[in-house]
Design a protein around this ligand. Structure first.
Ligand code: NAP
Length: 309
């Protein structure tokens, strides 16, 4: 039983501030292990995992994400290919590019940065990407595999959340886990992954009743809503592990933007056993898990066993 698990079972009566789960350090460790695995893959099989990222338009946040993804892909020794298309690119042209990347044996993973401009269907892109190259884990086949408990590519942010929770709590078996949010991108896959870890899972959403009461029963609370500081201290069970997925940019009085999570960290830190900070929690894990998925896709395409990381 980890320190945190012992707190959850009532082992620690004296309360100090929650442990901040250091997503940056945990992501760095995962990237270090990925680098070693990439060197092995090159030495033993002469294969360099290759990730193609497609960016349509020039949304500033997307620009930053794409730049960070390319930088970290290269840092772990993988190959990064970027396709930057103007915002007025037709849907047909984007789908054609995706199809070309599907057919290209030199590309192991494909990621189209969302959101795409409004005249392009996100769902058509998701469904066109070859499921074996779907490193974002959003294709219905991969979502279905997750729901069926079959190995496949799992959406990066949910995978990162589970890795952080397991890093902090160890075995999640039997824990009461509550997820707020039921999106295909985060909430639903987090729920499925928690089930796979043998937690008892409740998923809440905007129509849920008595959400605070449900949350107070959670040993592990994952919040993916998109509302700054929504979760207050009295929603949280003493000693619980809280994973804050929210990334809300709020303009301050001085007109500068500041990033807030969905959890009111200043309050919740007094009650929780551990908490992921925003920034520096789930965010860094998302990119590290994208690289994990690129390696996984590469290994599966070449019928090589995925190394344990
Ligand atoms: P989304 O698609 O908008 O889904 C939000 C979910 O929250 C929905 O299921 C919605 O319920 C639920 N919800 C909204 N208001 C609620 C309320 N008052 N009480 C309870 N539930 C409520 O958002 P998303 O894509 O899942 O993202 C959620 C947050 O995570 C955002 O802040 C996003 O920026 C962040 N995010 C971060 C990362 C990262 O790498 N750190 C990655 C992805 C997303 P209904 O279904 O009933 O509408």
């Amino acid at each position: 039983m980890t320190d945190q698990n012992s707190k959850l079972s009532g082992g620690d009566a004296t309360k100090i501030d929650a442990i901040k789960i250091d997503g940056r350090a945990i992501a760095q460790k995962l990237r270090d292990n990925l680098s070693k695995a990439v060197v092995n893959l090159q030495q033993l099989h002469n294969i360099t995992p290759t990730l193609a990222v497609v960016l349509v338009g020039n949304d500033p946040a997307s620009e930053i994400y794409v730049r960070m993804k390319a930088k970290q892909t290269k840092e772990v020794g993988m190959r990064s290919i970027e396709h930057r298309l103007p915002a007025d690119t037709s849907e047909e042209a984007v789908l054609e590019l995706v199809e070309k990347l599907n057919q290209d044996d030199g590309v192991n993973g494909i990621l189209v940065q969302f959101p795409v401009p409004k005249h392009i269907s996100q769902q058509k892109i998701i469904e066109l990407i070859d499921p074996s190259k779907d490193v974002d884990g959003l294709h219905p086949l991969n979502a279905g595999k997750l729901a069926a408990g079959v190995d496949g590519l799992v959406s990066c942010t949910p995978l990162g959340c589970i890795k952080l929770a397991k890093h902090q709590l160890g075995d999640l078996t039997g824990l009461n886990a509550v997820v707020i949010g039921r999106s295909n991108l985060v909430g639903k896959p987090v729920g499925q992954l928690l089930l796979r870890e043998n937690a008892t899972v409740t998923i809440c959403h905007s129509r849920s009743r008595e959400i605070e009461k449900i949350c107070r029963n959670a040993d592990l609370l994952v919040v993916a809503v998109g509302r700054a500081n929504m979760v207050k201290a009295d929603w949280v069970k003493k000693g619980a592990c809280v994973i804050d997925v929210g990334m809300n940019r709020v303009t301050q009085e001085d007109n500068k933007e500041k990033l807030f999570g969905d959890v009111d960290a200043q309050q919740v830190i007094k009650v929780a056993g551990s908490l992921t900070p925003v920034p520096g929690g789930v965010g860094p894990m998302t990119i590290a898990c994208l690289l994990h998925n690129t390696l996984q896709a590469t290994c599966a395409q070449h019928h090589i066993e995925m190394p344990k990381l």
